[in-house]
Design a protein around this ligand. Structure first.
Ligand SMILES: Nc1ncnc2c1ncn2[C@@H]1O[C@H](COP(=O)(O)OP(=O)(O)O)[C@@H](O)[C@H]1O
Ligand SMILES: [Mg+2]
Length: 413
């Protein structure tokens, strides 16, 4: 038996870690190359570490390092020195915030809306700033930049997340109000896309779920349960873009927001180091996400998948620069590179053979009392008391819907 230990690096969440631990426990040992493999799972604690310590983990799912720097540096140490496999390495996530991701995907020819980075509104807190700015900062005409992009537009931080500092701007007065309020945040101006559909995809390793997203709704209603809401071409394109972004940066657990208008797909936000996987927001899609996390972790460990720290972007750039390739042909080539990186076929074979019992096992779990207790506990920790009954009923309804659809799918198979 080859034993593997998975570490979870967590913040405030308890819903998905409980699910992950439970599914892994119910799954038990798995046949893989070289015989059976077993998986233990532990929540990582924060403590002093010697840079030469040997970690107890073979793989870590990180949900914390995007803001907590002690574990971030520990992750870098274990990735660099000990070959620990990470779902999301701070080496790329830390250096590739939204702005760098925009640049990369523009470079590959994707339809990122027109975007301009403007200098800080307020002086940066640095004793050298006044001299440097007086000498080298060009004065610029904010109105003219906005005019050129065209209204409406969005002003948002170059490294944003969770809608912090995002505003939709319709005219010059709003432009100045938003820029004045931006203070020491560094802001993009971006052309607004007047989209027909907002498609948000969540990718975990070689799997991608495309969901219809309704940004105007409250959190618990943002993901609509609607299948085939994109035509087959746009649907494929959204999957390809999500997988391309991830393969390009070697991100393995990430969400990608795309705006679809007519036949065009515009990616607008795809550097999410800690994507939303809350039961209360993903609801119907949550069992899929939990399975995908378990499957990808088990696959990576059982097949000794090696973490790669270098990005090898040349192969993608060569496609971008290939003369005579249409946008669609480039996407096709990117998809091949991305699927090769994620070993998509090998992963699917592995799931079909070594993890064939997982679907039924998760269906049984979601149907049973343990899952319901987790659902109730989660609602109680997220919502104020007077809303508990309402949200418990709401979530139970959506999960019942999933159970019905999944039962039908498994009996058809
Ligand atoms: N170019 C755009 N066109 C239309 N809507 C946009 C655009 N950029 C941002 N938005 C809206 O603003 C929201 C937040 O912007 P986003 O780039 O996703 O930042 P964050 O990283 O904070 O999530 C998006 O979910 C979308 O609803
Ligand atoms: Mg976003």
């Amino acid at each position: 038996m080859t034993r593997h230990t998975i570490g979870l690096l967590l913040g405030t969440e308890d819903d998905w870690p409980s699910a992950f631990e439970e599914i892994l426990r119910r799954l038990g040992p798995v046949d893989g190359p070289g015989g059976p493999h077993s998986f233990d799972c532990e929540r990582i604690t924060i403590e002093p570490f010697s840079l030469r310590d040997k970690p107890r983990y073979d793989l870590v799912i990180d949900r914390l390092a995007y803001w907590y720097y002690h574990p971030r540096e520990w992750l870098k140490k274990v990735a660099m020195m000990d070959g620990v496999y990470l779902l999301n390495s701070p080496f790329t996530f830390q250096s590739m915030e939204k702005h760098a991701a925009y640049c990369a995907m523009m470079r590959l020819g994707l339809k990122v809306p027109e975007t301009v980075l403007v200098p800080y509104k307020n002086p940066v807190d640095n004793s050298r700033y006044a001299y440097t700015a007086a000498r080298y900062n060009q004065s610029f005409d904010l109105d003219a930049i906005a005019q050129k992009i065209g209204y409406p537009l969005f002003m948002k931080p170059y490294d944003g997340g969770a809608w912090r500092g995002v505003s939709r701007i319709n005219n010059v007065a709003e432009l100045h109000a938003a820029y004045d309020a931006s203070g020491e945040m560094l802001m993009h101006l971006q052309k607004a896309i007047d989209f027909d559909v907002f498609a948000r995809s969540l990718s975990i390793g070689a799997e991608t779920m495309v969901m219809k997203f309704q940004p105007d709704q409250p959190m618990h209603q943002r993901y609509a349960v609607e299948h085939d809401f994109l035509g087959p071409d746009a649907g494929q394109e959204v999957v390809t873009i999500g997988r391309l972004v991830n393969a390009f940066f070697k991100w393995e657990f990430n969400s990608c927001e795309t705006l679809v208008k007519g036949g065009d797909v515009y990616p607008i936000d795809y550097a999410n180091a800690c994507p939303d996987v809350a039961l209360t927001s993903l609801h119907y899609y949550w069992p899929w996400a939990m399975k995908a996390l378990v499957k990808w972790s088990v696959f990576a460990l059982a097949t000794s998948r090696k973490a790669r720290l270098d990005l090898e972007t040349d192969r993608y750039l060569a496609v971008a620069d290939e003369p005579g390739l249409s946008y669609g042909e480039k996407l096709g080539e990117y998809r091949k590179l991305a699927d090769a990186y994620f070993e998509t076929e090998r992963y699917q074979d592995f799931c079909a053979t070594s993890l064939s019992r997982l679907d039924q096992l998760v269906l049984d779990w979601v149907t049973g009392p343990d899952f319901d207790r987790l659902l109730v506990r989660t609602v109680q920790s997220v919502y104020p008391e007077h809303e508990h009954d309402r949200f418990i009923a709401h979530l139970r309804g959506l999960l019942h819907l999933w159970v019905r659809d999944e039962s039908a799918r498994l009996s058809a198979a």
